[in-house]
Write a protein that binds this ligand. Structure first.
Ligand SMILES: [Zn+2]
Length: 322
C-alpha cells in the first residue's frame, strides 16, 4: 500500500467512515438484493427472432450416479480443469422460442408442475411472460423427445393445456414408446406416467415430424436416436444462416464433448447415443454451425470444435443489444 493510500484511509478512519466501510456490512446504504435477472436471452437467426427462456436448473447430484463409461478419474479431472464442482452436476434447461414472423414456436417445455427435481425448475410459464411471450400466442410446440424435462410442461396442475392454441410436434417413435401402458410395470414407470399425463390429453393436436422433413417454416427435423428411440435435433434456416437446436445430443458441455463416448444413465441405448453424438458433433464442427444445447450452461449458445479424441464447446459472447 502506498503512503498516500494509507494516509487517505487513516483520514477516513479518523472520521469514523473508513472503519464502518471496512468492517460493518450492515452500514451499506443498499441491501443485498438476492435476485437474478429474468432468465431470457434474445438473438437473431437470419430474420427469425429467437429467445432462450429458462425453465430453471436440474440438480443431478454426484457425477458417478449419472455418467458411465469414463476412464477412472477422468470425470473429476475434466470438471476440475474447467473450474466446475466435482460433487454436484447441475444441468440447465434452456427452452428455445422462435418467432419466424409466420409462427411462434416453442422447443421443449421443461418439467412443468413435477417436483421430482426439487423446487428450482418449472419456471417456464413465468419466464415466458417476463420475456414478453404469451403462452396463448404459441402456434407450435416441438418436443425433441418424451422425457419429463422436455414434455413435462405441456399441461398444468389441472391437466389443462399450457399452450391452448398450439399444435404439438413429436416423433411417432417417442410417442409410442413413452406412452406405452405395458411399460407402467417396469422401472420406467415414473417417466411413462409423466409422458402419458402430458401427451395423451393432447393426442388430437399431435402431428408427427419425420427425419429430414421441413415440418414448420425453416425448421427441419434430424433424427438423433440413442438418448431415446425418437430423439431429434432441429436445423433452423433463415437467409444464409443455419442454427442447430441440438436438444439432448449431449447432457454436459464438458464431460460429453471432451469424451463424447461417455454415457448418460437415462439413455435408452447409450452406445447408439454415443455414436450419434460423435457423428452429429463431427457434422456441426465441419460445417461450423452455431448451436444450442438444452442442458448446456445458460443460455447454451455457442459452437463446437474438434479437440483431441473429442470436441470442445465454445460459448458465444452474449450481446446486450439485439
Ligand atoms: Zn433432457
Amino acid at each position: 500500500m502506498s503512503t498516500l493510500d494509507r494516509r487517505s484511509l487513516l483520514r477516513l478512519g479518523a472520521a469514523g467512515i473508513g472503519s464502518a466501510l471496512l468492517t460493518n456490512r450492515a452500514a451499506a446504504r443498499a441491501p443485498l438484493l438476492g435476485t437474478q435477472a429474468p432468465a431470457f436471452h434474445r438473438f437473431m437467426i437470419g430474420t427469425i427472432e429467437a429467445t432462450v427462456v429458462s425453465d430453471g436448473p436440474l440438480p443431478m447430484g454426484k457425477p458417478a450416479a449419472i455418467f458411465n463409461g469414463f476412464p477412472p478419474g477422468e470425470i473429476t479431472k475434466l470438471l476440475q480443469s474447467n473450474f466446475l464442482p466435482t460433487d454436484d452436476i447441475v444441468l440447465e434447461q434452456n427452452v428455445l422460442v422462435l418467432n419466424t414472423g409466420e409462427k411462434l414456436i416453442v422447443f421443449d417445455t421443461g418439467v412443468g408442475t413435477s417436483k421430482s427435481f426439487g423446487p428450482l425448475p418449472g419456471k417456464l410459464p413465468s419466464t415466458l411472460v417476463k420475456a414478453g411471450i404469451a403462452p396463448g400466442d404459441v402456434d407450435a410446440v416441438v418436443i425433441s423427445h418424451a422425457h419429463p424435462d422436455h414434455c413435462g410442461g405441456l399441461v398444468d396442475i389441472n391437466g389443462q393445456a399450457v399452450f391452448p392454441n398450439a399444435q404439438i410436434y413429436i416423433s411417432s417413435a417417442d410417442l409410442d414408446f413413452w406412452t406405452d401402458e405395458a411399460k407402467l410395470g417396469s422401472q420406467l414407470k415414473p417417466l411413462i406416467e409423466t409422458a402419458r399425463r402430458n401427451l395423451l390429453p393432447l393426442r388430437d393436436r399431435i402431428v408427427f415430424y419425420k427425419d429430414g422433413q421441413e415440418f414448420l417454416p425453416g425448421v427441419h427435423a434430424l433424427a438423433a436416436p440413442g438418448h431415446t428411440v425418437g430423439h431429434s435435433m432441429f436445423m433452423i434456416a433463415s437467409g444464409s444462416e443455419t442454427f442447430c437446436y441440438a436438444a439432448d445430443l449431449a447432457h454436459h458441455s464438458v464431460l460429453l464433448l471432451e469424451d463424447p463416448r461417455g454415457e448418460f444413465v437415462f439413455d435408452t441405448d447409450a452406445k447408439q447415443a454415443a455414436a450419434t453424438r460423435v457423428r452429429m458433433l463431427d457434422m456441426l464442427t465441419s460445417d461450423r454451425t452455431r448451436m444450442m444445447g438444452y442442458h448446456f450452461p445458460w443460455p447454451g449458445l455457442g459452437h463446437v470444435v474438434k479437440h483431441g479424441e473429442g470436441f470442445h464447446y465454445i460459448p458465444e459472447p452474449l450481446k446486450t443489444v439485439l
